[in-house]
Design a protein around this ligand. Structure first.
Ligand code: DHB
Ligand code: FE
Length: 289
């Protein structure tokens, strides 16, 4: 829609409260059954986590002022809906490492807080839904989905979601069309896919909320390097949730979410027709367990 300016002030003014509340609402909507852990498992995990925090308090001689600052901060994280942001930035990478340690196919990495299921389905070759005047360098993202032996996965699904050229995600920042830069692309009968999109910008986790407060107080930075998010799947195979990164991004080496892996680095070239850039990335799916 050409009425949506690519640089609308409302988009540029997206806040932690909006992103955080959106991420919390999305998580609650997708939540299915509650945890089924045994009493032993709960006691083990909660017991160890509480002991680990007590160790920090005793070893660092944490004061009442610091304890009250922690209480106040934790309350704010909840009030601003930033628990999904906090958890996905600082803990999800370890969860993902455990979840995917037995895979032999493509590497996964964190999902993050901004996945939305059921994005519009298109057959390859596809162009992601975007504004007429979508800013950013055009990118042709192509590849093939196979199993771990290299057998093509006919009709594989490649779900993609990404930030725009300002680092904003549709449905979590105001002023963007609902499915902007989100889509589900069905590979052809040889497992190949072609997706036309634009290069995402590096993403800064919201700095005006509780997570931003912590980052500032600790003197850290809030950046994730530019990335494409993907979920790739085919019948009889394990879905892989991953991200792909762009060489040369200043934050590839110090991603605040610790989600970059060398295997997830794209190899980009200029397109021969001068229309932006092209990159090829193949996915190998593990068989269902
Ligand atoms: C966050 C945002 C992302 O885009 C991502 O990939 C991971 C984490 C966040 O704001 O928590
Ligand atoms: Fe992201």
């Amino acid at each position: 829609m050409s009425t949506d300016s690519p640089l609308s002030p409302s988009e540029a003014a997206g806040t932690a409260a909006e992103a955080g509340a959106g991420a919390t609402a999305r998580f609650l909507a997708a939540r299915t059954a509650s945890a089924t852990s045994s009493q032993e498992r709960v006691a083990q995990l909660a017991g160890r986590a509480i002991r680990a925090l007590n160790d920090v308090i005793l070893e660092e001689k944490v004061t009442y002022d610091e304890y009250n600052a922690l209480k106040s901060w934790l309350i704010t994280v909840g009030e601003t809906g930033e628990w999904p942001l906090f958890l996905d930035v600082w803990l999800e990478h370890s969860i993902e490492e455990v979840a995917n340690e037995d895979r032999h196919g493509s590497k996964g990495t964190i999902e993050g807080p901004y996945y939305v299921p059921d994005s519009p389905i298109q057959k390859s070759p596809a162009t992601l839904s975007m504004r007429d005047d979508e800013p950013g360098t055009p990118l042709l993202f192509q590849g093939q989905v196979t199993d771990v032996e290299g057998t093509p996965m006919e009709g594989a699904r490649v779900e993609i979601w990404q930030a725009d050229d300002l680092g904003f995600y549709s449905q979590f920042a105001p002023g963007l069309p609902e499915w902007n830069l989100r889509g589900t692309v069905i590979a052809d009968d040889t497992g190949h896919f072609e997706i036309n999109t634009v290069q995402p910008a590096p993403y800064q986790i919201p700095t005006d909320g509780a997570c931003g407060q912590l980052i500032k107080a600790a003197g850290w930075h809030a950046w994730r390097p530019a990335h494409l998010h993907l979920k790739v799947s085919a019948p009889g195979h394990q879905l892989i949730t991953t991200q792909l990164y762009f060489p040369g991004d200043p934050h590839n080496a110090d991603d605040i979410a610790s989600a970059v892996k060398p295997e997830l680095m794209l190899d980009l070239a200029d397109r021969k027709d001068g229309q932006g850039r092209v990159t090829t990335y193949d996915f190998r799916l593990d068989p269902e367990a």
